[in-house]
Design a protein around this ligand. Structure first.
Ligand code: MN
Length: 174
């Protein structure tokens, strides 16, 4: 498992000329995580960004092999460990891989070719983890967090309510 500092360094080292694929869960938490990263990469000047919403199905990440050619970096977001094919190491072609997830698992992936960052000791949807790493659209992170039932966990209370208190909510009288 990677430390937060290692993940920050991976992100910092991304260069405008890097060819990057964003691979994320096809629910709102995943999309929010992907969009936050997309914005970040665009701001960095990255021009070649592949976008792949993915379903969590055992081992189906191998299906992305066709799209792995000529990539420098892969960023995998909000996909449970079982999505990643056991032979992912053989499928990779030298890409650097960052994998951020929050799904609980008995054992982490622990693949030496993949920089894995997983928060499970408190319930933190992926879009909150990503926002706290790279900043960006807070509203999108809050939406992703709520959509993944983050509002049911006290550890997200301050994050969600802090945002809601800062924006104006207009009451509509019907
Ligand atoms: Mn999620």
């Amino acid at each position: 498992m990677a430390s937060k500092l290692e993940v920050e360094n991976f992100i910092k080292d991304i260069k405008p000329e890097d060819k990057i694929n964003l691979i994320f869960h096809n629910d709102l938490d995943g999309f929010a995580s992907g969009i936050l990263f997309y914005d970040y990469l665009k701001d960095k000047g990255c021009k070649d960004i592949g976008i792949y919403p993915f379903v969590i199905i055992n081992g189906n990440l191998k299906d992305i092999k066709e799209n792995l050619r000529d990539r420098d970096k892969l960023i995998i977001l909000d996909l449970a460990k079982n999505t990643i094919h056991p032979k992912i190491t053989e499928l990779l072609q030298g890409e650097e891989v960052l994998y951020i997830d929050h799904h609980k698992t008995d054992s982490p992936l622990e693949n030496k070719n993949i920089l894995e960052y997983r928060i499970t000791e408190r319930y933190t949807p992926c879009s909150r983890i990503v926002y706290e790493l790279i900043d960006g659209k807070e509203w999108l992170s809050v939406a992703g967090t709520i959509s993944d039932y983050g509002d049911r966990y006290p550890e997200n209370k301050e994050f969600i309510e802090g945002f809601l208190k800062r924006i104006t909510i207009h009451q509509i009288n019907i």
